[in-house]
Design a protein around this ligand. Structure first.
Ligand code: AMP
Length: 113
């Protein structure tokens, strides 16, 4: 997988507002927030998108979701938040390093558009 802006954030080559880190993942505020709270959770392993994940990533993918819920709760949004993963250009993915969006702090309509 080629270098992305997110791999540069992992390596601290470019700045980000980091709110959580462990050995498997990193979470930081989205630079263009779509809700009062908008953060991303990314695996440190460079996986391009969900559809590029493999069986051995099962634990890692579960970890990202669990951490996303914990991060939302830590920010005061225990019950009302949305997790979004855009997979592929046609679905709105612009950075090709897997990431979970956490959105909270305003009413979230459906369908998402
Ligand atoms: P997606 O469209 O699902 O690929 O989401 C990519 C997200 O990354 C967008 O919400 C961008 O605002 C966000 N983003 C891009 N560059 C940065 C950055 N340097 N720091 C934080 N968020 C970023």
């Amino acid at each position: 997988m080629s270098e992305t802006i997110f791999s540069k954030i992992i390596k601290r080559e470019i700045p980000a507002d980091i709110i959580y880190e462990d050995d498997l993942c990193l979470s930081f505020k989205d630079i263009n927030p779509q809700a009062p709270f908008h953060a991303l959770v990314i695996p440190k392993k460079p996986i391009e998108k969900v559809s590029a994940a493999v069986q051995e990533d099962k634990h890692l993918l579960g970890h990202l979701l669990l951490k996303a819920g914990e991060i939302a709760a830590d920010q005061g949004y225990e019950d009302n938040f949305r997790l979004v993963i855009n997979n592929g250009e046609g679905a709105g993915q612009t950075v090709f390093h897997l990431h979970v969006h956490i959105l909270a702090g305003r009413p979230l309509g459906w369908p998402p558009g």
